[in-house]
Write a protein that binds this ligand. Structure first.
Ligand SMILES: Nc1ncnc2c1ncn2[C@@H]1O[C@H](COP(=O)(O)OP(=O)(O)OP(=O)(O)O)[C@@H](O)[C@H]1O
Length: 258
């Protein structure tokens, strides 16, 4: 497939946790203007795991930021769990992000002043709920960090910080978890562990995961792979997925985007 599907089609589907319809995103102005997303329409169905791939600069992070309500698109719409983000004020958008979206991002992931268990409990506390200490400890144990409850992010490795973010998604159960290169800085054993945990969010808890990755092995753990090129959806591979087929398609798109 080259170019987006006709507008309106994805939004007509009812089981989509995330729907982007004709999303356009731009940076800068005048001669420095960059079109990062050029009319992207796509849905991410409830209880599925999608990987987003594409060359550097193709718009993957921008897509994640728009889908998660961190950036407002220049045109088009984004809906999470049936709620259209464009109609929300900043406070309502912040609440929706806190209540329904989980983030496994390397850049702004954990609160540095808080311990692992405080970070895991934070979204629920902000929502006025008091998670049981046993639930928090259980989630950290599930990601292999049962002995790191009182550690702060600076006292944890990159992989351990990613796993704290996943434990947070296990406890607060957001409808959708966005992960931006969650295995980018990890060794292969830790990567596999993090991908197992993301799979478990989908398979055991029915959550939706959207993961940006450059790694065909990581993408092969998803139910589908969406390829971006020049801010557009250039191709899609449905599962079951094999890493070498993903790598071949990615290499093809690098040389001939459409
Ligand atoms: N803050 C910004 N200001 C100006 N241009 C930006 C900004 N952020 C991204 N861009 C541009 O928007 C386009 C898409 O960037 P984006 O970060 O979404 O790509 P990406 O596919 O995630 O890349 P990578 O794989 O290298 O992380 C690129 O051309 C990039 O240079």
């Amino acid at each position: 497939m080259c170019g987006p599907p006709p507008r309106g089609i994805v939004s007509a589907m009812t089981t989509q946790t995330v729907v982007l319809d004709g999303v356009r995103a731009e940076y800068g102005a005048g001669a420095r203007r960059v079109v990062a997303l050029d009319g992207v329409s796509i849905g991410f169905a409830a209880g599925t795991f999608a990987a987003v791939m594409g060359p550097s600069g193709s718009g993957k992070s921008t897509l994640l930021h728009c889908a998660a309500g961190l950036d407002r698109p220049a045109a088009g719409s984004v809906a999470i769990d049936g709620v259209t983000l464009g109609g929300l004020g900043e406070d309502a958008l912040t609440r929706l992000r806190r209540d329904r979206i989980g983030f496994v991002f390397q850049a702004f992931n954990l609160v540095s002043a808080l311990t692992a268990e405080q970070n895991v409990a934070l979204p629920l506390r902000l929502a006025g709920r008091r998670p049981a200490a046993a639930d928090v400890a259980g989630a950290l144990a599930a990601v292999g960090l049962g002995d790191r409850l009182r550690h702060r992010p600076s006292e944890l490795s990159g992989g351990e910080q990613q796993r704290v973010a996943i434990a947070r998604a296990l406890v607060s159960r957001p409808a959708v978890v966005f992960a931006d290169e969650p295995t980018g800085a990890l060794d292969s054993v830790t990567s596999r562990h993090v991908l197992d945990l993301l799979r478990a969010l989908v398979d055991e808890h029915g959550q939706t995961v959207v993961m940006v990755t450059h790694d065909p092995v990581a993408a092969a753990r998803a139910d589908r792979v969406v390829f971006l090129a020049d801010g557009r959806i250039a191709a899609e591979l449905p599962g079951p997925l094999a890493a070498d087929a993903i790598a071949a398609r990615a290499a093809h798109l690098e040389t001939a985007p459409c």
